[in-house]
Ligand binder design. Structure first.
Ligand SMILES: C[S@@+](CC[C@H](N)C(=O)[O-])C[C@H]1O[C@@H](n2cnc3c(N)ncnc32)[C@H](O)[C@@H]1O
Length: 188
């Protein structure tokens, strides 16, 4: 059963698209046809669906989310579009290694701060990432703003970088993505 109490993130949510463009972000992180991405806390597929469109038949999206409703919604949307390259799991990211050493990108879409045990989730991410692959952590800046989760729930860039490093990654870049978010990339 889901313990997540935040808002559901629907794929193609027009309100969210006013402040976040998933296609632009996925292009910016270098997602290309044929790659493998693991979307941890994929929700309703705001990033997973555009990723599946970009990756094409030879690529693969793995997704996990604790919220069965979001996963089932994403499954229906993918089926409606004829996307066969999305494999989804309902469950806790703390217990999920979706594939071993297979992912070109392990992606966290505004959710690292949501997990009960982010350390364990990041250790799992390390198992999923192939050598040379990138961990990508997109999250809310810890600053007052009109949108997003309560300030005390958020990880600052430094908090997130510390957690990512403690799980055995090397942070390679941290940058702003628009006014509300930062993006951290890291490698094994
Ligand atoms: C803010 S939403 C982001 C969803 C998606 N990444 C997006 O960008 O639309 C956070 C997601 O994390 C999921 N979540 C929270 N705790 C989780 C856990 N322990 N394991 C797996 N998913 C979890 C929630 O169900 C929710 O879908």
């Amino acid at each position: 059963m889901s313990t997540y109490t935040g808002p559901r993130r629907h794929a193609d949510d027009p309100e969210r698209r006013k402040w976040q463009n998933p296609e632009a972000l996925l292009a910016d992180i270098g997602l290309k046809p044929g790659m493998v991405i693991a979307d941890i806390g994929c929700g309703g597929g705001f990033f997973a669906l555009p990723a599946a469109r970009i990756l094409g038949e030879k690529g693969q999206v793995y997704g996990v989310d604790i919220d069965a409703g979001s996963v089932s919604e994403l499954e229906s949307l993918a089926a409606k579009e004829g996307l066969t390259n999305i494999k989804l799991t309902v469950g806790k990211a703390e217990q999920a290694v979706l594939c071993n050493s297979c992912a070109d990108v392990v992606f966290f879409g505004i959710d690292l701060h949501d997990f009960e045990d982010p350390n364990q989730v990041l250790r799992n991410a390390r198992k999923m990432l192939r050598p040379g692959g990138e961990l990508v952590d997109l999250d809310w800046k810890k600053e007052p703003m009109p949108l997003g989760p309560p300030l005390q729930k958020r990880f600052s860039e430094n908090d997130a970088a510390r957690l990512i490093s403690a799980a055995g990654f090397k942070v390679v870049n941290t940058k702003d993505v628009g006014p509300y978010h930062y993006l951290i990339t890291a490698r094994k």
